[in-house]
Design a protein around this ligand. Sequence first.
Ligand SMILES: NC(=O)c1ccc[n+]([C@@H]2O[C@H](COP(=O)([O-])OP(=O)(O)OC[C@H]3O[C@@H](n4cnc5c(N)ncnc54)[C@H](O)[C@@H]3O)[C@@H](O)[C@H]2O)c1
Length: 405
Amino acid sequence: MSRLKLKVGIVGAGGRGILCFGKEIVTRNDAQVVALCDPNPGRMELAAKELGFNPKFHTSVKDMIAAEKLDAVVITSPDFCHESNAVDALDSGANVLIDKPLSTTVKGCRNIIDAAERAGKVIMMGFNLRHLAVLKKLKKLVSEGVLGRIFLIENREFYSGGRTYMSRWNRLYAKSGGLWVHKGSHDFDIFNWLLDFPKPVKVSAFAGVDVLNPQHIPFEVKPGVPVGPTCHQCRYGEICPDIFRDEEVRKSLWGDSAARVDGYSRDLCMYTSDKDTHDNGIAIVEYENGAKASHLECFVTPISDRRYTLVGDLGQAEVSLEKRIITVYSRWGQEVTTHYIPEAQGGHGGADPMLTDSFFRVLKGEEKNTSTIEHGMWSTAIGQAAEISRREERTVKIAELFQLP
Ligand SMILES: NC(=O)c1ccc[n+]([C@@H]2O[C@H](COP(=O)([O-])OP(=O)(O)OC[C@H]3O[C@@H](n4cnc5c(N)ncnc54)[C@H](O)[C@@H]3O)[C@@H](O)[C@H]2O)c1
């Protein structure tokens, strides 16, 4: 890697690939995007416009790496094809940054881990939440022992942008592994990271679609005038309080020229779409050291925040990511300390540029890779167990997942 700029390819020229990583990488002086790999040539054309130059277009990861002699690829394709894309990239000799989740199943994760061992290349998880200033500060306080031995964690995630999980490919279990994997893997990784990676042992979860279904359309539907199927086709646009005005989106990567190829629309009606996911739920995890964690996620809410409670034998922390506040209560001393974290610039509260920078620092040997694919596997494991628990209505032992064919 002695060239001035590392040669990077992006696998999956969509929202994360182009609007996050692509746009970040073009600002760097140590890396350049030289190629895109996506089954949709129309989207690659639109992606090139977004980036402001013309990378090479490919539809095969292996061919792209061989033809362009890439140093690294960033994998931002839909979750169900992370496994095949990562294995192909590693087998072709590229270093990899892979967005969460590592794969939709433990088996898929283990296949990637095997490929990484064969390849001896860097493969780093795109766990951007770990780079958020509030959570970095919280991790520091935990590592310094301010709370003592942590035995209980709760996270309540409220996300007002939940339509994205009802209107796109991630609404389908077959493509995302379900929302406990697709979305929850972020949060399960934060639990694992804060607890310093004890093995998760058991998971129970409950979840459902309680609001974003046809029974709860928030206006009167006239006989013979169906809603949807997309917001831009819907005849109730004037009265639907959830109408998604996607004119801007359709000017970028999801324009008509791309939609003509794969029919991908980001504005399927969130009430009537053919989803098999959830709009709210609770998952509980028990770890080998006895620590317990609970994760609530709700996508029907007017607010967006992650609110954590951590309890240790020396104190308790209350955290709001949105307000960027950590309050620490000491167990015996009546002491209360509040930490206000300054706002950071960039996507996901400044976490995306930090994550991108971290990947290139790892590639240049300036930093150790601390977001490993083993970490990716454990967060997927909790998510997969939560999906099974929810569907089969039982507590799932993580060990079971390692026996599945
Ligand atoms: N870390 C985060 O905060 C965060 C946020 C959103 C999404 N994600 C993850 O990023 C990834 C991409 O999500 P997105 O929202 O950008 O999706 P997207 O739909 O915007 O983009 C996905 C792109 O992948 C392409 N694609 C489809 N099949 C492919 C294949 N087999 N090989 C290569 N490309 C393929 C699609 O044509 C599309 O252009 C997902 O894994 C998702 O879980 C992470």
